[in-house]
Design a protein around this ligand. Structure first.
Ligand code: UD1
Length: 422
């Protein structure tokens, strides 16, 4: 199993380029199931979740090829409709094929995603909304079995909770449903908007893009399209936080600062003075970092996917920061690992109280999920001595070439694999 060995305490200087957004590319790849024409998605990062989605599409008869960051999906014109558990269990977002399969092939069998390191993550809202569009759904032998033999029809749907992939799944089903759908209380994350832009280019009729109410007029068929996904705001935010911890300075380039409003506000409150252009953020470590309390919420609020990295940042800030996680119920596994490095954190319910600044010292820590891993790497950058981050495969799901990008800024991160028995 790969690990990172990080030599801490170095200043970071230079420019880091952000990759395309994994969470935008995933639904865009799934949207290729909605047409028999070719779909080309540019900006797909070469990370494991994208490879998994390509495997899911291949299992469904599609042919995916990629050259650099461009993925081309050509329909295999098959009626295959089964996304197997071996793939879904490695990536919950595989469930994004459910809506497109139902809409275009009239049925879907998609393994029900199981447990998750960051708390209960059901897909009941995806299923309820697809039922409202006329599908019948049941769980059988661990799979969601969905059928719409006479096709889907439009419906007025209100999500009882804001869900990102739920909105995406149902939107992809509604664009080919008969008649008009109104989807209310939709997620407004930039990745949802990006998917809607692709669907519009494919010939879908959607009003209200970017708002929480999407009005969809179903069409009979969609055509192929070429689309470039938005830059990864979570990757950009992670490197901006690295800049706040040890930037001298760090410029995060090729990003969309307008997608990072809540983080920029937090950095400013912490005494960091980010310099922002239309496509870059330059951050340097201030003489004194101040604690800031943050509560994660849906976009445009503070992203839960930047919560762990913010906890790492607050270990170096003066005062007490209360970081409250309002989206997922148990997303603080990084706190215990950060404490192994010397951080002072008390977790109570959904809030982590971080008292800083504490000098961190290197140790071996264990990554538990994608963003928790990023927080441990950030802490390793400021810890004195050597930090080993185990289970780096979590990071590889979503960060393209993280060690290469950080090393180019002056970090010392070595990937190593001690072999199967260590
Ligand atoms: C997406 C992102 C993930 C991010 C999350 C929240 C992708 C591939 N992943 O995940 O990185 O952390 O949004 O911004 O885009 N819920 C239900 N029932 C459902 C669906 C969701 O109760 O059917 C709950 C979840 O348990 C959670 C909340 O709703 O508490 C939000 O989850 P959701 O927005 O669906 O997260 P994902 O789309 O899985």
């Amino acid at each position: 199993m790969d690990k990172f060995r990080i030599g801490g305490g170095r200043a970071l200087r230079g420019t880091v380029m952000v990759s395309g957004a994994k969470n935008a590319a995933l639904p865009c790849l799934a949207a290729a199931l909605l047409t028999s024409d070719e779909v080309e998605i540019a900006g797909t990062p070469r990370v494991r979740d994208i490879v998994t989605m390509e495997k899911v599409l291949a299992a469904l008869g599609e042919s995916c090829t990629h050259a650099g960051s461009v993925t081309r999906i050509v329909s295999g014109h098959t009626g295959t409709f089964h996304a197997p558990y071996e793939l879904v269990r490695t990536m919950r977002a595989s469930v994004l094929v459910l809506g497109p399969l139902l809409a275009r092939r009239g049925r879907a069998r998609v393994a029900l995603p199981g447990g998750c390191a960051i708390g209960a993550r059901p897909v009941d809202l995806h299923m309820l909304a697809l039922e409202q569009l006329g599908a019948t759904l049941r769980v059988e032998h661990g799979d969601i079995v969905a059928e719409a033999p006479r096709g889907l029809h439009g419906a007025d749907i209100t999500f009882s909770k804001v869900t990102v992939t739920g909105t995406e799944n149902v939107l992809m089903a509604a664009v080919l449903a008969r008649g008009r759908s109104v989807l209310r209380r939709c997620a407004r994350e930039p990745e949802v908007t990006d998917l809607a832009e692709l669907l519009l280019a494919m010939g879908a009729r959607i009003d209200g893009v970017g708002t929480d109410t999407l009005e969809v007029e179903g069409v009979d068929a969609l055509r192929g399209a070429r689309h470039t996904v938005i830059p990864d705001r979570i990757e950009a935010g992670t490197y901006a936080i690295a800049g706040a911890l040890c930037g001298d300075p760090v410029t995060v380039a090729g990003c969309r600062p307008d997608h990072l409003g809540a983080l920029l506000e937090t950095l400013r409150a912490a005494g960091v003075e980010p310099e922002v252009t239309a496509s870059s953020i330059t951050v340097r470590r201030p003489a004194r970092l101040r604690s800031v309390s943050v509560t994660t919420t849906e976009h445009p609020g503070f992203a839960t996917d930047l919560q762990a990295q913010t906890v790492a940042l607050m270990t170096q800030a003066e005062g007490v920061a209360e970081i409250t996680e309002a989206i997922f119920e148990s997303r603080f596994q990084h706190a215990l690992e950060l404490m192994r490095l010397g951080a002072r954190i008390e977790v109570s319910g959904r809030t982590a109280r971080v008292t800083g600044p504490t000098p961190l010292t290197g140790a071996t820590v264990m990554a538990s999920d994608l963003r928790a891993s990023a927080a441990l790497v950030l802490a390793g950058l400021v810890a004195e001595g050597e930090t080993v981050v185990d289970r780096i495969y979590h990071l590889d799901r979503g960060y393209e070439a993280m060690e290469g990008k950080l090393n180019a800024l002056g970090a010392s991160i070595e990937r190593f694999n001690p072999g199967p028995f260590v």
